[in-house]
Design a protein around this ligand. Structure first.
Ligand code: ZN
Length: 400
């Protein structure tokens, strides 16, 4: 299915622009007309992280006239393994500013607009309105559903990508496209996954180069939509397996029962996305009430345990490869999955208090619900997990 171009062409290209974009101009499908459309295009990239880095760099190099960057985070050393728009000297700098500087270096002709704020229900529509197309590089479900809904309400195409370890997915959601039965993100994923079931890249890891594979697919689709060439990924899901080196395409149909774009929508305005996606499950939240200790309390308890004044077992519920990176001394490793399948309970002493921790406190809260349910009434978990331990108690250990 070919589509008309999303953007009208700019009046002209300068001699400088003709020289710069000559390798585009000599492709018949792009040509002068396509390059003028790119010049006139306004694209918003959400996040200057793993996907946003290659997306912004290639959109800028391609000559997209106006590039928006929605990003509120700062550059951290752990970003540099994949977020190639930032460099060592950018650590600690706002990512949006660092990305803008890199773009200016790649292509000073691009007008960069920085939205150095967290997108939320109050500002998302106002920001999206300024653009022709949205490229999504976010890593969390709450933002994704918000972006999908906001793009739908404003009838903007939404170029989506997601990455995890060695697997990536990409698609174009544009349910308001006339003459096509095009789905939205909710048609594909009507419900967010249960909290705690799908780890984020911060919790589960991502192969750095996967960001380039998926981010470049997103740019490819954006350029096709803006210039009206090729067959865009509307109604199709691209699935990439970096280990098998395999691309698969699945058809995604518009769901007539979709809460947003279906025949009888129930989502007619922006909703509370944090609640919809839930940071942790209800069971975990309940278990953590009055059963969360701080890392400084844990440090005190560990001293008392050494002195024989207190007895408990400290269980790290992360994965073995995370345990290799850093650990709280005196902890034993039993991954969260062992709690969910019930195997962990047999490994816990029945006469000791159980103290659980993970990386940040989400997985340990899930495990805490299981442990409390098995009768360990005095079990607790450590708020902030090993991240807080390294930050506040033992900065000599690496964090990730
Ligand atoms: Zn839908």
């Amino acid at each position: 299915m070919s589509l008309p171009p999303l953007v009208d062409p700019a009046a002209e290209l300068t001699n400088d622009e003709v020289r710069r974009y000559s390798r585009h101009l000599i492709i018949p499908d792009v040509g002068m007309d396509g390059q003028k459309r790119l010049k006139n295009a306004k694209v918003l990239v959400i996040g200057a992280g793993g996907l946003g880095s290659p997306a912004l760099l290639y959109l800028a190099a391609a000559g997209v006239g106006t590039l928006g960057i929605a990003e509120f985070d700062e550059v951290d050393e752990s970003n540099l393994q994949r977020q190639v728009i930032h460099g060592q000297s950018d650590v600690g700098k706002p990512k949006a500013l660092s990305a803008k500087e890199s773009i200016n270096e790649v292509n000073p002709l691009v007008n960069v607009v920085v939205h150095d704020e967290r997108l939320d229900n109050d500002n998302v529509l106002g920001v999206f309105e300024q653009y022709d197309l949205i490229v999504d590089g976010t890593d969390n479900f709450a933002t994704r559903y918000m972006v999908n809904d906001a793009a739908y309400f404003l009838k903007k195409p939404y170029v989506w990508g997601s990455i995890y370890r060695f697997d990536g997915q990409a698609s174009v959601f544009w349910p308001t496209l006339e003459g096509a039965e095009a789905p939205c993100y909710r048609c594909l994923y009507p419900e967010p996954p249960p909290p705690g079931m799908v780890p984020s890249c911060a919790e589960g890891g991502v192969l750095g180069v996967l960001c380039a594979s998926i981010g470049s697919i997103q740019v490819n689709e954006a350029i096709k939509l803006l210039t009206g060439i090729g067959d865009p990924l509307v109604g199709r899901l691209m699935i990439y397996d970096a280990l098998e080196m395999e691309y698969r395409k699945l058809k995604v149909r518009k769901d007539p029962h979709c809460a947003l774009c279906g025949d009888n929508p129930t989502v007619t305005d922006l909703i509370d996305y944090e609640t919809f996606c839930g940071a942790i499950s209800e069971a975990a939240a309940d278990a953590a009430v009055d059963a969360t200790i701080s890392v400084s309390t844990l440090e005190q308890w560990l001293k008392e345990r050494d002195n024989g004044d207190r007895d408990f077992v400290l269980v790290d519920v992360r994965e073995p490869n995370e345990y290799e990176i850093n650990k709280i001394p005196g902890s034993v490793l039993i991954p969260k999955g062992e709690f969910l399948n019930g195997n962990a309970l047999g490994q816990l002493p029945s006469d000791k208090q159980v103290v659980l921790h993970c990386k940040s406190g989400v997985r340990s809260a899930e495990a805490l619900a299981v442990v409390k349910g098995a009768g360990y009434a005095d079990a607790v978990h450590v708020g902030g997990g090993v991240v807080a331990w390294v930050n506040q108690i033992d900065p000599s250990q690496p964090s990730y």
